[in-house]
Design a protein around this ligand. Structure first.
Ligand code: SD4
Length: 337
């Protein structure tokens, strides 16, 4: 069996994707601090989060700083460069949750670069949990967030024009790792375009958990549509006694089972993170197997010990795991079908 030292050497070679939380579950090893996040872009996001965690910073600060990297990136579909709704407007959703069970969310936010930070302000500065649309934008401006120009990125514009030819809404499985829109891949040459969502959960040196989730939602969605990402218990949930989970994929299916709350409750019952995620995936399958066969949903989770895991419906979902200066690697999640 690999000992921890040889495992770390192995992971630093960047070849650890064959390992899953099973390894940790069987070895009963956890890590603290630790941060995990969805899809390939999670690697860069984890780096920013790790900078905070490694110097004994708060998990909440780490999960905000981490996903801000993705929101600001020109090289992925999260944030203002992302695909628009079917009316051609980019609308962003985000949620954040801390170790005290405080949470803040924004939905259908337009022209603001960092929805995750607005979500945090909602949590910290208002008596509410969620602000949406015009009201969320008004609040952001009052808080000093600049209003960005209303214009599609060149890539989103190209995808949108392509989409308009058929105007057909059809989610594409693993679009996050395929390209920029339902007609992806458009930008796979350099492997850059691979997102419309990032979810991140972290455990800090003080043993506190937090999580964040930020998205442009499904490309070419109906105007006004919200997915799971800004909904506490669906796209994100944190219980500091137990663990934290976040979700990606077709938000409607996640909302219907209160996905991340369910994952955390499964961990509370003693399941390790991977098993908890698998059981939530199973719930989606049981509800509507035929639909599940053509849908992608992925969950990732960490528990209070720093054990981690993920599970998804279809092959192709991966997540980034970081618990050391040189230990930041991708894991291919196990899949149901
Ligand atoms: C949504 N769950 O809006 C998001 C989309 C997503 O990777 O996760 N894409 O339904």
């Amino acid at each position: 069996m690999l000992n921890r030292r040889s495992f770390l050497q192995f992971t630093s070679l960047g070849t650890a994707s064959v390992f899953t939380s099973k390894l940790f579950a069987t070895e009963k090893k956890g890590f603290r601090p630790i941060v995990i996040s969805t899809w390939n872009e999670g690697i860069n996001a984890n780096k920013a989060a790790w900078n905070i965690l490694r110097s004994k910073g708060r998990a909440l600060d780490a999960v905000e700083a981490g996903v801000m990297v993705t929101e600001a990136s020109q090289n992925c579909c999260v944030g203002l460069g992302a695909n628009p709704d079917r009316d051609g407007i980019v609308t962003l959703d985000a949620s954040i949750m801390d170790e005290h069970g405080n949470c803040g969310c924004v939905g259908a936010l337009e022209r603001i670069k960092h929805p995750i930070s607005v979500a945090r302000r909602v949590m910290e500065k208002t008596p509410h949990v969620m602000l949406v649309g015009e009201g969320a934008q008004k609040f952001a401006i009052a808080e000093g967030f600049p209003l960005e120009p209303q214009q599609l990125s060149a890539d989103a514009e190209r995808s949108y024009k392509e989409w308009l030819k058929k105007s057909e809404y059809k989610p594409v499985i693993n679009i996050e790792n395929k390209g920029h829109g339902p007609f992806a891949p458009l930008h796979l040459e350099n492997g850059d375009w691979n997102h419309d969502t990032i979810g991140m959960v972290a455990l800090d040196a003080m043993s506190n958990l937090s999580g964040s989730c930020t998205t442009s939602g499904m490309g070419f969605k109906m105007r006004g549509r919200l997915g799971d990402s800004p909904i506490i218990g669906a796209g994100l949930y944190v219980d500091n006694e137990v663990g934290a989970a976040t979700a990606t994929g077709l938000g409607e299916e996640v909302i219907k089972i209160c996905g991340t709350h369910l994952v955390v409750e499964f961990m509370r019952q003693g399941n390790n993170p991977e098993t908890a995620c698998r059981k939530a995936v199973e719930r989606i399958v049981k509800r509507d197997k035929e639909k599940a066969k053509n849908t992608q949903v992925g969950f990732i989770a960490i528990n209070k010990k720093g054990e981690f895991g993920g599970y998804c419906l279809q092959k192709g979902f991966n997540y980034a795991v970081c618990y050391g200066d040189d230990t930041n690697f991708m894991v291919d999640a196990k899949h149901w079908f």
